[in-house]
Design a binder for this molecule. Structure first.
Ligand SMILES: Cc1ncc(COP(=O)(O)O)c(C=O)c1O
Length: 392
């Protein structure tokens, strides 16, 4: 049987596979079993923020002198070290980290915390968004994707983009009854093709949340750890989240991990009761990977963030030179690049043809989505855009 036949027979897939068998990944390239080299604008859907095969992280995993497993209720020095580092890297008063295995679990925990802390049931989110695939995460995600799930949470309200000053009236009326436990959103909505809320919307949302005792949850599973040109996308705005979700780039793709961080005040009320036991949350191997990835990000911060600015400009310039059939809306924040082609079928055609040409990318609805790593050179950006031009 070929790999495709076996895959089809034994392997459960929620989404159709891309026609590429990967054997290796290095820097900004992915290599196929067909011997072909692919320019990676996909970045493992936001996981690979540093590029592939970072020696410091690989070595930490290979050479780490660690126990096979630590029972969650024991003390373990690297857990405390990682939690302290996350408190340092995240904005505002966020301080207490909980161990998770990924983004969906982090969102689930955040919603549990918010409902327990406030004693309220309702949640407000942004229509069309994605927050993962647990029942709670699906409940706050896009309504369109909910048809096949008959038993989602009730009391989940949604606001429609655009997220501008005018939208605040609706937010005010939804939150004024003080029944909503939390508002959850991505600060820059990468999962909708890099939708950038207006500054005034975000500061107004923050104010209304504080006035009504509604918690503000920033889901930074994909925006976190530099993706939008700041360590956390929250920092683009005048807001103070009460809970922040992390995943993906927390290990730069080297091991599964998630985290949810909150303030000492919220933790004081829920910490003793919420449980959140996770057998594999912050497994020692993943913690070694995460500490190495975050130390690399921190100690190369200036260089990496300068390069994000540079590739951001390169993408802007190069994309605006492409002759698309319809003028696209180009939305870029740091190393998050959305090109809205205003046609979902066309966008997915472009993605498919790009794969054949040797360029990897994602799509979100009618938008092409590029999530390049922060060490990508201008030359590689150019190489990828040239492949795209051929298709267009
Ligand atoms: C904003 C956001 N939240 C949650 C998730 C779910 O994360 P995971 O796939 O680690 O469960 C994702 C994944 O794409 C995400 O982008």
């Amino acid at each position: 049987m070929t790999i495709k036949e076996k895959d089809e027979k034994f392997f459960g897939r929620g989404n159709p596979p891309m026609d590429l068998e990967v054997v290796k990944a290095e820097g900004s390239y992915v290599f196929g079993a067909d011997g072909k080299k692919y320019v990676d604008f996909l970045g493992g859907a936001g996981v690979g923020n540093l590029g592939w095969g970072i020696k410091e992280i690989e070595d930490a995993i290979k050479n780490g002198d660690r126990p096979s497993y630590i029972y969650p209720n024991f003390y373990y020095k690297p857990w405390t070290e990682l939690a302290e580092l996350l408190a340092e890297l995240t904005p505002g008063k966020l301080q207490k980290s909980y161990r998770m295995t990924g983004g969906s679990e982090a969102v689930e925990a955040a919603l549990q915390m918010a409902t327990m802390y406030t004693g309220r049931k309702k949640i407000l989110s942004v229509e069309g968004s994605y927050h993962g695939n647990t029942i709670a995460a699906l409940s706050v995600g896009a309504t369109k994707k909910q048809e096949k799930f008959p038993n989602l949470l009730s009391g989940c309200e949604k606001i429609q983009p655009p997220l501008n000053k005018e939208k605040l009236k609706e937010v005010e009326s939804l939150l004024s009854g003080k029944e909503v436990a939390a508002v959850i959103m991505e600060p820059i909505i990468i999962n909708m093709g890099v939708v950038i809320p207006e500054d005034e919307f975000m500061s107004g949302l923050n104010r209304i949340c504080k006035e009504t005792g509604t918690l503000l949850i920033m889901d930074e599973a994909i925006t976190g750890f530099g993706r939008t040109g700041k360590m956390f996308a929250t920092e683009h705005f005048d807001i103070e989240p009460d809970i922040l979700c992390m995943a993906k780039a927390i290990t730069a793709g080297h091991a599964p991990m998630g985290a949810v961080i909150t303030t000492p005040e919220i933790d004081k009320k829920v910490g003793g009761e919420i449980g959140l036991y996770s057998s594999y949350g912050w497994h020692p191997l993943a913690v070694d990977a995460s500490l190495a990835a975050l130390k690399y990000l921190k100690s190369n911060r200036e260089r990496l963030f300068r390069n994000i600015e540079q590739i951001s400009k390169s993408f802007q310039e190069e994309i605006s030179e492409i002759n698309f059939p319809k003028d696209p809306e180009i939305r870029i924040k740091g190393a998050a690049i959305g090109i809205d082609l205003q046609d979902e079928e066309y966008a997915s055609n472009v993605k498919e043809k790009a794969l054949k040409e040797g360029l990897l990318m994602n799509t979100e609805g009618s938008s092409l989505l590029f999530l390049p790593n922060f060490q990508m050179t201008r030359e590689i950006v150019h190489e990828g855009i040239n492949l795209l031009k051929k298709i267009i």
